[in-house]
Design a protein around this ligand. Structure first.
Ligand SMILES: C[S@@+](CC[C@H](N)C(=O)[O-])C[C@H]1O[C@@H](n2cnc3c(N)ncnc32)[C@H](O)[C@@H]1O
Length: 290
């Protein structure tokens, strides 16, 4: 009897292996660690955020969760590639951007470029025919045929668009689903915090991790149960992580809720490279290597 059958009999469900080979996924981490020379950044540095996204995806896979993974506001694909590299055959990859229709980019948050996006994802092993590409404003997103398990929200940064994107996530999320909101407390985009905090206070969305202070991202779950689960996962990880001083993670109050706060160790190259090394370790050893 094969391993797959044994695990299925043991009630663990079938293993689903990442679509992109480990070799290509680690090549992308090297690209990020070198300063993203090939795939231009449209936002902040992703070394630590990609590591946390990888941890969440690995946890979802261990629990046989399949669903949509992707980003609203892909620009040239910088963070999208890291997210899509967590996808396996049972998942659906999704990318949205106004691309050439920049008149729809009402707050001028970067200029997405479809040709560069397609070229970059191909360079890092992603097959565009497997990606649902939505070209247009996220205000016009429809119900997808799958539930979202991991979504980065980094398109329009107004109150209206952030609320729209987060509500779209909530209406279509898997019960274990996580959304990662870019620029949560960036003073250049104050509407993001206004919109997100409102939905938190209304009890619709549940934060569990803040990564900042520069180019900050807030990780939120679609259910209170999922937020508590990921919070515990991070707490357990912290005590084994030199990046997190092998100790409890500090906390931060977000709209009245106490969540984990991870501060970047600055923009200097060396500390960020150590985060990338940790991310690579997850991809090479702690994720399911198939
Ligand atoms: C800050 S950039 C995203 C950076 C990207 N996440 C990265 O990792 O490099 C914002 C992107 O959102 C796109 N955008 C702006 N408004 C949008 C909207 N209403 N719907 C979809 N995309 C939008 C822009 O074209 C731009 O590419």
């Amino acid at each position: 009897m094969g391993l797959l059958a044994l695990l299925t009999l043991a009630g663990k469900g079938p293993i689903c292996c990442p679509l992109t080979p480990v070799r290509i996924r680690t090549a992308y981490i090297d690209e990020v660690a070198r300063g993203s020379r090939q795939v231009k950044r449209g936002g902040g540095k992703i070394h630590h955020n990609a590591l946390f996204a990888q941890m969440i995806a690995a946890d979802q896979r261990r629990r046989s969760v399949c669903g949509g993974v992707g980003e609203i506001g892909v620009h040239h694909g910088h963070f999208f590639i890291a997210l899509a590299h967590t996808a396996c055959a049972c998942d659906s990859m999704f990318a949205a951007d106004v691309f050439g229709a920049q008149h729809l980019n009402v707050d001028h948050s970067g200029r997405g470029d479809k040709a560069k996006f397609l070229s970059n994802i191909a360079k890092f092993g992603l097959n565009s025919s497997l990606i649902t590409l939505f070209e247009g404003s996220s205000l016009n997103l429809r119900k997808p045929p799958w539930q979202l398990r991991l979504l980065s929200i980094d398109g329009g940064h107004t109150d209206r668009i952030t609320t729209n994107d987060l509500v779209w996530f909530l209406e279509n999320a898997h019960p274990t689903g996580v959304a990662i909101l870019d620029d949560y407390d960036n003073s250049g985009w104050p509407d993001v915090k206004t919109a997100v905090d409102r939905l938190i206070r209304e009890g619709k969305v549940f934060p569990f991790l803040y990564v900042g202070p520069d180019h900050s991202k807030l990780f939120v779950a679609s259910t209170m149960h999922a937020a508590a689960h990921y919070s515990e996962l991070l707490a357990a990880y912290a005590v084994s992580s030199p990046q997190l001083n092998n100790s409890a993670i500090p906390t931060l109050q977000v709209a009245g809720i106490s969540i984990h706060k991870v501060l970047q160790t600055g923009d200097a190259r060396a500390p960020l490279v150590r985060w990338a090394k940790e991310w690579k370790g997850w991809v090479q050893h702690r994720d399911m290597v198939c």
